[in-house]
Design a protein around this ligand. Sequence first.
Ligand code: 6PG
Length: 253
Amino acid sequence: EKGYKNVEVFSKEHLAVSLAYDVAQLSNKFIKERGYFTVALSGGSLIKYLRKLVESPYAETIDWSKWHVFWVDERVVPKDHLESNYKLASDGFLSKVPIPPLNVYAIDDSLPPDGAADVYETTLRRLVTSNVISTSTNGLPKFDLMLLGMGPDGHVASLFPGHALLQEDQKWVTFLTDSPKPPSERITFTFPVINASSNVAMVVTGAGKSTAVYTALEDEKQTVMLPVEKVSPLEGELKWYLDKGAASKLFKE
Ligand code: 6PG
């Protein structure tokens, strides 16, 4: 018997509402406990599911001045480029809420990408030391909330099927030049950092993802593990937010 306690299926509208409700709850809980709320954002369709969070009644319950925002992954393009995850989040989310600009940690687009990855990791280390970001038992940055999407191939962040970076266990932030999803150059958090999170929200929509969702959650005969299946917070919670399309191959048995 499969445990589905961390999987919820919504209409597209209710998915955004439920996500807003949960994020607002987490924000209030962490701000009360530790005075900050640290959130790492992915790119892709995720950002549009934050649209209810910036609206009433959720937006005004949140103390945005205590938010600290990071990127799970970034495409190696200028920050104002259409493919930039910073731009996507900026236009669709950050521009609508009063988060102090100094609390928004974009990945530096003026450096060579390997250097930008190292500088980002250094920034995380500094914020772990100053306790803005919590620390996991094994000394990794423990984000209060990590928001992930999943590609139809089962990738999360910029960690793709069969890629050597799936095994990276030293670096927190790394650079790749061979992403199968364009653009090919990307900077990404590694699995140790993803799995150090307090909360991971996996937001997956559309029938095009239903096979990967089925493989990850139900298929017992699969031979190769998808990247998404490596998401398993060691000291935290994972919750899946699916729409009906993404969930269409589940619950058949
Ligand atoms: C990126 C993302 C990536 C994304 C998935 C799902 O920069 O491409 O961070 O990990 O979340 O590819 O994207 P969609 O939700 O748009 O399918």
